[in-house]
Design a protein around this ligand. Structure first.
Ligand code: NCD
Length: 361
C-alpha cells in the first residue's frame, strides 16, 4: 500500500504548509519541475462528470512531464459491467503510478486506497469530501490574504451536499482564530458529523444564518456554492431551493473592500456575472491554484515510501450494524464489510468508515 489522500485530514498542517510552499515554488520556477514525473503515469478514474478537477489533474501531470490515462464517464469502464471498486483499483495499479478517483458514492476512493498498490487521491466522493479542491482553496486564501489564520469565512448555499465545504471546514478548523458563518436554508444545513465532530468537538466558533445580506459585512471570505441538484432525492425540493442565494454586484456593496469571493465552480446562478469584474472575485484564481496544488500533491505522493503510510484506523464490525446511507459505497457494493469507528461506545454510537454517517447499535 502507498500513501493516499482520501480526506484532507490525511495531511498534517505541516504537510499542507509544505504543499503550499511547493506550489508557490512551481508557480515561480515551472522549468525546474518540467521533467520531475518523466516516465510516470497518472490514471484519472472519473465515474461522475467533471471539467476542472479532471483536466486540472491532467494538466498538472503533463506540466510535470508525466503521462495520463483514464476515463471520464463510467459507461466506458467495466464499472458498467458491475466490477467492484476494489477490483478496479487492483487493475489500475498495474497500469499507473498514481490515480485520482471521482465517484458519486461516498467512500469509493477509500475502498480503492485499501486495495491499490499505488497512491490514490480522492477527486470528490459523492456529497462527502473533496480534499484537492480544499488545497486549491487554501492556496487562494494564502495568496490573497497572506495567511490562513484569524479569518471569518462565510459558507453560503448547499452546505449539506457540498463536499468542498466539508473538506475546507475540516482544514480551516485547524488554523487558529477561524470563525465560521454557515449560511444556508435549514434543509441544506451542514451535516451533523461535520458540525459535531469538527466544530463543536474542537470548541470552534461558528454561527448559522439564513440571510446572506445580514452577515456579509462581517466576512473576510465568502465561499459561495452551487445547490447540488444531482444529490437531491426529490427534484421538487431542488426546484424550491435552487435560487436560495444569488450574489450580485449590488449586494457586494455591503461587503468589505478586502473581502474575497470564492466558489469551487461550476456556478449555475449563485454568482451573477456582474460580480466577475470586481477585484474581490477570486474564483478563477482558485482554478489556477488547483493545478499547482495538484502538481505539488502528485510530487509528494510519488516520493512517499511505505514508511509514510499511516495505518487505517481500527474499525469494528457487528453482525447487525449496517450503514443506512443510500449514497454510501457500502450500500452499493454488497461484498464490502460494513465497518465502523466508535464514537461513543457506551451509548452504542458508531460512524461508518466509508461515508462517516452516524449509526446506533
Ligand atoms: C465541485 C465538486 O465537484 O464538488 N466542483 C469542483 O470540483 N471544482 C463543486 C460543484 O460541483 O458544485
Amino acid at each position: 500500500m502507498k500513501r493516499s489522500v482520501i480526506d484532507i485530514l490525511d495531511l498534517t498542517t505541516a504537510e499542507i504548509d509544505g504543499l503550499l510552499s511547493t506550489a508557490e515554488d512551481i508557480m515561480d520556477h515551472p522549468a525546474k519541475y518540467a521533467e520531475k514525473c518523466r516516465g510516470k503515469k497518472l490514471a484519472t478514474l472519473f465515474f461522475e462528470p467533471s471539467t476542472r478537477t479532471r483536466l486540472s489533474f491532467e494538466a498538472a501531470m503533463y506540466e510535470l512531464g508525466g503521462n495520463v490515462l483514464g476515463f471520464s464517464e463510467p459507461n466506458s469502464s467495466s464499472a458498467s459491467k458491475g466490477e467492484s471498486m476494489a477490483d478496479t483499483a487492483r487493475v489500475l495499479s498495474c497500469y499507473a503510478d498514481i490515480m485520482a478517483i471521482r465517484h458519486p458514492m461516498a467512500g469509493a476512493p477509500y475502498v480503492a486506497a485499501q486495495n491499490a498498490s499505488v497512491p490514490v487521491i480522492n477527486a470528490g466522493d459523492g456529497g462527502h469530501c473533496h480534499p484537492t479542491q480544499t488545497l486549491a482553496d487554501l492556496l487562494t486564501i494564502k495568496r490573497k490574504r497572506g495567511s490562513l489564520e484569524n479569518l471569518t469565512i462565510g459558507f453560503c448555499g448547499d452546505l449539506k451536499y457540498g463536499r468542498t465545504v466539508h473538506s475546507l471546514i475540516a482544514a480551516l478548523a485547524r488554523y487558529p482564530g477561524t470563525n465560521f458563518v454557515l449560511i444556508s436554508p435549514e434543509e441544506l444545513a451542514l451535516p451533523s458529523y461535520v458540525k459535531r465532530e469538527i466544530l463543536e468537538g474542537q470548541g470552534i466558533a461558528y454561527r448559522q444564518a439564513t440571510s446572506l445580506e445580514v452577515v456579509l459585512p462581517e466576512l473576510d471570505i465568502l465561499y459561495m456554492t452551487r445547490i447540488q441538484r444531482e444529490r437531491f432525492e426529490n427534484p421538487e425540493e431542488y426546484e424550491r431551493l435552487k435560487d436560495s442565494y444569488i450574489l450580485t454586484a449590488e449586494k457586494l456593496n455591503r461587503a468589505r473592500e478586502d473581502l474575497i469571493v470564492m466558489h469551487p465552480l461550476p456556478r449555475v446562478n449563485e454568482i451573477s456575472v456582474s460580480v466577475d469584474a470586481d477585484p474581490r472575485a477570486c474564483y478563477f484564481l482558485q482554478v489556477l491554484c488547483g493545478k499547482y496544488m495538484r502538481m505539488a500533491l502528485i510530487l509528494k505522493l510519488l516520493e512517499s515510501t511505505a514508511a509514510d503510510v499511516a495505518p487505517f484506523a481500527d474499525s469494528v464490525v457487528f453482525d447487525k450494524l449496517r450503514c443506512k446511507n443510500p449514497s454510501c459505497i457500502s450500500s452499493k457494493e454488497q461484498e464490502l464489510r460494513h465497518a465502523f469507528y466508535p464514537v461513543s461506545e457506551e451509548n452504542g454510537i458508531y460512524r461508518c468508515v466509508y461515508c462517516e454517517e452516524k449509526v446506533k447499535l
